[in-house]
Design a protein around this ligand. Structure first.
Ligand code: BES
Ligand code: ZN
Ligand code: ZN
Length: 499
């Protein structure tokens, strides 16, 4: 995707589509839009008058200009009600415009950047939000179609700026581009079928990201993981002939100082359930069970490009969970890296087993804070659906920062309780813990189980089982991977660097 900032009279831009923003119930058109409407003979005002353009959030009205102005189409994008305005409305409006034009096979679009007087947002931030919304909305996963009938996609996005503001707007565009490309990388990885996204493929992508961004990287193989004592990860991996990899990426923005943040991502490249096999209906969706790891690797791509002044590591143990003659069994007892023993009740509760050792590893590295991201439980999907990510924490200050970073990103985080009383549910008769705490409060007991391995390090767990992949289009996302919470993680890192 190419993003350009142009300074030109809007009615003179040679473009397939000129997108403009409009608030619900807005009584007059902005100066630039008013000028275009005059040349169009007042059609926009007429459409508003008869209620065909309402300005509702997500509403997109495409008007053919009939060569009265240079843009071939004027696309009016609703921002919703002004008194309910949130910055994410710009992303949503820009995303909806792109999704709409994608269907019409238009591959270039120009946006009239809303001025501060309209939204209250300075133009640099508005440009960033617009690029994020457009870049996310224009993205689709088409690589496995072999017929050109599936459309070519949008490849140029122009922002029309007011003279004198280009430089600041370019800064916003660049930040938006970096963040969007990271989120779209996470989406691409989530959408990839498991035969193209094996543990070794995740390692290869992490290596590319590290090379492009000058990050330190280590890829550990099964033997090295064994030497480290990562028995809980390896117990999950042992059923598959696609061998595990432990990916360690390091961003050093403050060389010689402590690790400010460890990002830990669940990366089960396919979760069949193992011997506790899942029903075959919808099992194909479990190719996305590596989305936490994808979001973490993708966030590192943006962090490397944005260069904040702090130290961040990404830790991703990539494994495949399959049943076989070498697979772990229900009833097995596994001694995790920190010495605690786990009774395997269900081999389908594999995510927490892989994360257990990685959280231990993060603590041993001396990370000052840990955020883990995991498609961990179906129970979280039942509780919060596809809209909000389940958030759990042992540290309110960090949880508040993550929540705030999520709000900014339009990726909602909803905190759930972690009362000690729930711990009863995963007490085992034969080991320190069982890997399952029963159906009641399933997302909470899974989080508490992880907490046993995070120890006293300030830690947030994000259960993205419902939000990393969605069943139908919403906001600027299309069905499939959303990249959640890559943009939240990037915002969090930037906020920590400012602290
Ligand atoms: N990967 C699944 C969780 C999941 C479910 C992610 C639906 C996305 C959508 C996880 O490994 C799993 O199977 N969890 C079990 C745990 C149970 C056996 C305690 C679950 O949620 O049913
Ligand atoms: Zn599972
Ligand atoms: Zn899983």
């Amino acid at each position: 995707m190419q993003y350009n900032v142009i300074v030109q009279n809007a009615d003179e831009i040679k473009t397939g589509a000129l997108a403009v923003f409009y608030f619900q119930g807005q009584d007059s058109l902005s100066g630039k839009l008013e000028a275009i409407d005059l040349k169009l003979g007042g059609i926009i005002k007429q459409l508003i008058g008869v209620g065909e353009i309402k300005g509702k959030a997500g509403e997109v009205t495409v008007i053919h200009s009939g060569s009265k102005v240079k843009p071939q189409r004027i696309v009016v994008c609703g921002l919703g009600k002004k008194d309910l305005f949130k910055p994410d409305a710009i992303r949503q409006a820009a995303g909806s415009a792109c999704k709409n034009l994608l269907k019409k096979n238009i591959n270039e679009i120009s946006f009239l950047l809303p001025e501060k007087g309209m939204t209250g947002l300075d133009e640099e931030l508005a440009a960033q939000l617009l690029v994020e919304g457009a870049g996310l909305g224009a993205w689709s996963f088409k690589k496995y179609f072999t017929s050109p009938d599936n459309g070519s996609g949008i490849d140029v996005i122009n922002l029309v700026a007011t003279d004198g503001q280009q430089e600041r707007i370019k800064t916003g565009v660049e930040k938006g581009r970096i963040i969007t490309e990271a989120a779209n990388l996470a989406r691409e990885m989530s959408n990839e079928p498991a035969n193209y996204m094996k543990p070794s493929d995740m390692a290869r992508i992490a290596e590319q990201v590290a090379e492009e961004g000058n990050l330190e990287i280590e890829i550990l193989d099964q033997l090295m993981m064994k030497e480290l004592g990562m028995r809980s990860v390896l117990a999950v991996a042992q059923g598959s002939s696609n061998l595990p990899n432990f990916i360690i990426m390091k961003y050093n923005g403050l060389p010689g100082e402590d690790i400010d943040l460890a990002l830990v991502g669940k990366a089960v490249t396919f979760d069949s359930g193992g011997i506790s096999i899942k029903p075959s209906e919808k099992m194909e969706a479990m190719k996305m069970d590596m989305s936490g790891g994808a979001a973490v690797i993708a966030a590192m791509k943006a962090i490397a490009a944005l260069k904040p002044a702090l130290n961040v590591v990404a830790l991703v143990a990539a494994v495949e969970n399959l049943p076989s003659g070498t697979a772990q069994r229900p009833g097995d007892v596994v001694k995790a890296m920190n010495g605690k023993t786990i009774e395997v009740i269900s081999t389908d509760a594999e995510g927490r087993m892989t994360l257990a050792d990685v959280l231990t590893y993060a603590g041993n590295m001396g990370a000052k804070r840990i955020v883990d991201v995991a498609t961990l439980t179906g129970a979280c999907v039942i509780a919060l659906g596809e809209v909000a990510t389940g958030m759990f924490s042992n540290n309110q200050e960090l949880a508040d920062m993550v929540k705030e970073a999520g709000e900014e990103a339009g990726e909602y985080m909803w905190q759930m309780p972690m009362y000690d009383e729930y711990k009863e549910q995963y007490k085992s008769d034969v080991a320190d813990f069982k890997n399952v705490g029963g159906r009641d409060g399933g997302a909470i007991t899974a989080a508490l189980f992880l907490g046993e391995f995070a120890g006293t390090v300030p830690w947030v767990h994000l259960d993205v089982a419902g939000t990393a992949m969605i069943g139908k289009d919403r906001k600027y996302w299309s069905k499939g991977g959303t990249g959640v919470p890559a943009r939240t993680l990037i915002n969090l890192v930037l906020a920590l660097a400012e602290k």
